[in-house]
Write a new protein. Structure first.
Length: 241
């Protein structure tokens, strides 16, 4: 099966348009300028209700999973080292979105040594009640020599996937490390390739064999909207691979 497409969306309309244009999964966030933070519950509910109707008339291949929504759990922009109060907010947010029907969650917590915060991540995963949890690009702050060992930590914690650009500002620059991580994952955790991917460059990374490609599909610097035509183009490239 071709790689699946996840689109990061920063408002309800963008999520609905991306889902209608071929996205397999929405990563729902707020605040594009901050790199994605926890969205409003009301935004999630609006997207959830619309996606239920889209699923009923889906044009996706029968081999592809139904449309789903992973919710970003990130209380603020900036670093990924959180206070106790911020962590409690993250736990509460996982529960709120869990009960509202989120398909999965996206988060990442680091220690002051810039390693995976095992205890807190396990608590969030437990709070997710068995729904998939993705460790996000906080992973790209981890020092290169530690990455394979920290990937194993994610597996042991119970994460189902890792979103990464390969320790680089974009996935093209990180492709060597991405290749290493995909090899090291041994099918125990999905590697989601993301970071600056658009229709003009995504094909360069498809040979790696990642199951998911991640993009915001934003082509206008003054907008937080996914470009519908860009989503369609990327989806077509993935399907033709």
């Amino acid at each position: 099966m071709p790689p699946l497409l996840e689109v990061a969306c920063f408002n309800a309309q963008s999520a609905i348009e991306a889902a209608s244009s071929g996205a397999n999964r929405i990563e729902l966030c707020a605040s594009y300028p901050l790199g994605g933070t926890t969205p409003l519950l009301s935004t999630f509910i609006s997207v959830r209700d619309t996606l239920q109707s889209i699923n009923k008339r889906s044009l996706l291949s029968p081999l592809e999973p139904p449309l789903s929504i992973h919710v970003m759990i990130r209380p603020r922009g900036g670093n990924f080292i959180y206070s106790e109060m911020e962590f409690e907010t993250m736990l509460e947010d996982v529960q709120r979105f869990y009960h509202a029907g989120a398909s999965g969650f996206v988060f990442g917590i680091l220690t002051t040594a810039h390693l995976v915060d095992i205890l807190r991540c396990r608590k969030l995963i437990a709070s997710a009640g068995g729904r998939p949890c993705v460790f996000h690009r906080a992973f790209d702050i981890i020092a290169n020599p530690e990455m394979e060992a920290q990937l194993n930590v994610l597996i042991e914690c119970g994460f189902t996937a890792l979103l990464t650009s390969g320790n680089a500002k974009n996935a093209l620059e990180g492709r060597d490390i991405l290749s290493r991580l995909i090899s090291a994952s041994q099918g125990e955790i999905d590697i989601i390739i993301g970071g600056g991917l658009r229709s003009a460059n995504v094909e360069m990374l498809l040979h790696m064999g990642a199951e998911w490609i991640h993009t915001s599909a934003i082509t206008n610097d003054n907008s937080e909207m996914a470009d519908v035509e860009e989503v369609k183009l990327i989806k077509a490239i993935l399907n033709n691979h």
